[in-house]
Design a binder for this molecule. Structure first.
Ligand code: SAH
Length: 353
């Protein structure tokens, strides 16, 4: 394996330090930063405004590496699911989701996940490790590079594998570069971090100079049921999570989203919806109902369309902002953890390139 450090993934400060260590002025670091994250070149040789000796100096100590795409599969609805194989063999997923008015990239922050939510395949599959900054940014860079050119902004959602707030340092370092106008240039309100509510980390995130939009994985209207579905409830209880989310400084134009995966007969009844109204009434934010994406390994069923409708109506009638997530890429198992698991079974049809 190449012992050289990956240039891709370094912060502006680290790049400035790296270049000054080679005897170059500080502005060279900022130049390299823009090549890496705004122009997103794939080779040091492409950094054309750097003199050749500077490029050679960088090349001696660093590589420029994005994670390898092991597999891509495209759904009939245009959704493309990526499986990346990392340097140590760990695999992670990302999803590209084109829509009429916007397009979205869903990224992972851990290989696997330690939280073991009862309905989530990533949790069922277990936990491997935290991702590094280059592995997080590399997912975005790859998907953006491969997407057809369109006159549309990007949404990025940190809703793939893993719990981002359990990998705080690498996740926040990546978010900084993603939201930097000199970096990927993703508008903060269009970058959403989804979390179960790891409270100490959430408090820390609130104090960051630039913050993403926030989504909270709720999934139950009371602590008893939430604890059955999400073991983390024992450590970070529902009322505290909501209280923290209410204090979170949302970027201009954004809104806190409460995500609620509907599981047939378990948390999708009218009584649950009424409890949810009581829990959220008078608070800012909106609810996103997510009909379960079922899979053989998941011990729950998808809600009936009637149940989804009824649940949604109860919230809407109580003047709670609510949306229902349309299933995307179901034919390619694009929901959380599904590709990764399938990789251990027969492979999905790869996308012709
Ligand atoms: N750990 C973070 C981010 C990853 S999960 C979190 O929990 O928020 C992103 C979202 O996908 C969560 O709301 C999660 O509950 C949801 N999800 C997981 N498995 C799902 C499934 N099988 N069907 C539908 N949504 C699912």
């Amino acid at each position: 394996m190449d012992a050289r450090t990956n240039l891709f993934g370094l912060s502006r400060e680290q790049l400035v330090a790296a270049l000054t260590a080679q005897g170059e002025p500080a502005y060279r670091g900022a130049q390299v930063y823009r090549w890496l994250y705004r122009k997103r070149v794939r080779a040091i040789a492409e950094m054309s405004d750097l003199p050749k000796p500077v490029r050679d100096g960088i090349h001696d100590a660093y590589v420029l590496r994005w994670p390898d795409v092991a597999e891509r599969s495209q759904s009939f609805d245009g959704t493309v699911k990526y499986l990346f194989r990392l340097q140590d063999g760990a695999t992670i997923e990302s999803v590209y989701i084109p829509e009429t008015s916007r397009r979205t990239i869903c990224i992972s922050t851990q290989a696997g996940c330690p939280l073991k939510c009862a309905f989530c395949l990533t949790g069922i599959a277990g936990y491997q490790r935290n991702l590094k900054v280059d592995e997080i940014l590399g997912q975005v860079a790859t998907v953006m590079a491969e997407a057809p050119a369109r006159d549309q902004g990007w949404n990025v959602v940190v809703m793939g594998m893993g719990e981002p707030l359990l990998n705080y340092d690498a996740t926040v370092a990546a978010l900084r570069v993603l939201m930097d106008p000199d970096g990927f240039g993703v508008v903060p309100k269009r970058l959403t971090l989804s979390t179960v509510g790891i409270l100490p980390a959430l408090e820390k995130l609130m104090k960051e100079p630039v913050r993403p939009n926030l989504a909270i994985s709720l999934h139950a209207p009371n602590a008893t049921l939430r604890r059955e579905l999400m073991p983390i409830e024992a450590k970070y209880p529902l009322p505290d999570v909501i209280e923290a989310a209410q204090r979170y400084p949302i970027p201009r134009g954004g809104a806190v989203t409460y995500e609620y995966v509907l599981l047939r007969g378990v948390n999708d009844q009218p009584a649950h919806a009424r409890d949810l109204v009581r829990l959220l009434k008078g608070r800012r934010g909106k609810v996103n109902l997510i009909p379960l994406n079922p899979a053989r390994e998941i011990p729950f069923g998808a809600p009936t369309p009637t149940a989804v409708d009824a649940f949604c109506r109860i919230l809407a009638d109580a003047r709670i902002m609510v949306s229902v997530r349309r299933p995307r890429g179901q034919d390619i198992l694009a929901a959380c953890g599904q590709l990764h698991l399938q990789d251990r079974a027969p492979a999905a049809a790869p996308l012709p390139s």
